[in-house]
Design a protein around this ligand. Sequence first.
Ligand code: ADP
Ligand code: 5GP
Length: 191
Amino acid sequence: MNKNLKKKLFVISGSSGVGKGTVLKGFLNKHPEFMLSISCTTRKPRKGEIDGVNYFFLSKDDFQDCIANNKFLEWAEFAGNFYGTKKKYIEQCLTDGKDVILEIETNGALQVKEKMPEAVLIFIAPPSLEALESRLRGRHTEDEAAIQKRLNEVKKELESAKKYDYNVVNDDLEKAISELEQIIAGEQEKC
Ligand code: ADP
Ligand code: 5GP
């Protein structure tokens, strides 16, 4: 993508298991110049997840301190855990002229849009609810209670998707990656 285009903040959301991480990985492999924000969370690390790479894994007390000290651009509780984006990191990336991508849930995304209306919100939707549940279960990263909590969020998330700038259906993975590329390139050309 053209280096001289103005930098923008892109926010990607989608229900747990829809494949946002997979789509983003495909996108970032092709466009390594984009910075993927590393969020803070109180969730326990999954097997293979590394502190400072996948997330900054915080205790609830440390997360509450960050809220109290106004460190977050946005934060939300999702399926029993807290998640948040540090302001400083995003501001620094944009100041340094880097394109930034946030992969966050819908409450947080709408907070970002309120504070930064120029942010572009992209929702990754499943081809069907059955496919979504099957992907979430097939990942084998959550126990049944956590799966149920995540599935309970889906209806509200699909409602919030109506407020997004773009919706991309992740049916065929390569097609979803290519649609994401086109949306991002198109938005950059608007500047
Ligand atoms: P999310 O980040 O949205 O929670 P993941 O990227 O972890 O979801 O994907 C959940 C599961 O779905 C993974 O096992 C992944 O390999 C699979 N997956 C992702 N995209 C597709 C797709 N287009 N078709 C079939 N399976 C997919
Ligand atoms: P997971 O536990 O599967 O990694 O993430 C659960 C949900 O939290 C996903 O929808 C993910 O996009 C979202 N999430 C990850 N980081 C953040 C964040 O910094 N803020 C918010 N609001 N949501 C986040």
